[in-house]
Ligand binder design. Structure first.
Ligand code: UDP
Ligand code: MG
Length: 323
């Protein structure tokens, strides 16, 4: 029977954690009664350095409820790192793993659907929200803009999917091989590959407590997503450079005509022409430097060159006969 671990990052979630743990425990009970997961399945709550009651709530549950376990981080590392910590801990023995926020904005009932998809043979199941009514107008508009921008920059992410997903053992193992420090799991999962599907759900309002993602954290995550996954910004410098040099050619022509027809102050033409031309040349040069930095950036990430899904070649061979 397969062991399910549900990883729940929690940062100052004392107001909502009780109801979250009991809701998710019920789902684990149901799934294990239906023999879809093993009885040893657990919730793994990651306390991301909150100093309220979050950790003591986890400890208390752990004493009385075998479905509840947790890890306590030494300080606040942020949502993505907290998820990583939970996934690393779970990778020891989890056969399938689900990540879900502590505020139960993502529909816990979808977990059952996700596990069914896992048994149907999918390695990754993305939770995708099909409504954003619970979000403010601003959050909706900014999210839409973000998905459009990422698309333009050539980054493959699934619209309206956040960090509510199921992955199986082999995807987890491969994901944890990614050595980068700036995590953006939404962008990394599609790079791992394997067979995937989606389940759709209605995102609700936060059950209790406040959002731990104020505007500046949201922008930081978006910025991380862009700069860790796309070289388009740094590469576009060179395009601007060439554009400016091209435009300056017209300016040179215009300046020369003005000068030839005696319409200019002394020195104006040479000043204008050198400003435009030099500006363009400088951008081209910066762009070339950027090109190399882009390559270095790609190299230092040391992402795997490929990931094998099935292997018929290196299967363990039968032992040789001794003579
Ligand atoms: N979270 C975390 N560390 C942080 C910020 C948030 O572990 O530094 C957790 C938080 O407890 C929640 C999840 O990440 O379980 C998502 O945060 P939140 O619900 O506040 O974000 P929102 O849904 O408002 O975007
Ligand atoms: Mg939330």
């Amino acid at each position: 029977m397969d062991k399910l671990v549900i990883v729940i990052p929690a940062y100052f979630e004392e107001e909502v954690l009780d109801s979250t743990i009991s809701t998710l425990t019920q789902i684990l009970e149901q799934l294990s009664e239906e023999k879809k997961i093993s009885g040893g399945s657990t919730l793994l709550v990651v306390n991301d350095g909150s100093t309220d009651q979050t950790w003591s709530i986890i400890e208390n549950y752990h004493k009385s409820n075998h479905f509840v376990s947790g890890i306590n981080l030494s300080r606040n590392y942020g949502h993505q790192n907290a998820l990583w910590a939970g996934m690393t801990a779970a990778s020891v023995d989890a056969d399938l793993l689900i990540t879900i926020d502590a505020d139960l904005q993502d529909d816990p009932k979808s977990i059952i659907e996700m596990v069914d998809k896992y048994h149907a043979g999918y390695d990754v199941v993305y939770g995708v929200r099909n409504n954003r009514e619970s979000d403010t107008f601003f959050k909706r508009a900014s999210a839409n803009l973000f998905y459009k921008l990422m698309n333009k920059l050539g980054v493959n992410i699934i619209p309206n999917h956040a960090d509510f997903r199921l992955i199986d053992r082999r995807v987890l193992k491969q994901l944890l091989q990614f050595p980068e420090r700036n995590l953006f799991l939404r962008g990394m999962l599609p790079l791992v590959g394997f067979s995937s599907t989606k389940v759709f759900y209605k995102r609700r309002a936060r059950q209790a407590g406040k959002s731990k993602y104020p505007l500046h954290k949201m922008l930081l995550l978006a910025w991380d997503g862009i700069t860790s996954f796309s070289e388009v910004p740094i590469r576009s410098i060179i395009v601007f450079g060439f554009l400016l040099v091209f435009l300056s050619a017209f300016y040179v022509l215009y300046g020369l005509i003005r000068w030839a027809t005696g319409h200019t102050e002394t020195g104006w033409t040479s000043l204008m022409v050198s400003i435009w031309l030099l500006g363009g040349i400088q951008l081209i040069v910066i762009g070339i430097v950027g090109e190399y930095i882009g390559k270095i950036f790609k190299e230092v990430k040391r992402r795997p060159r490929f990931i094998i899904q099935d292997d018929l070649y290196t299967k363990p061979k039968p032992p040789r006969m001794k003579n």
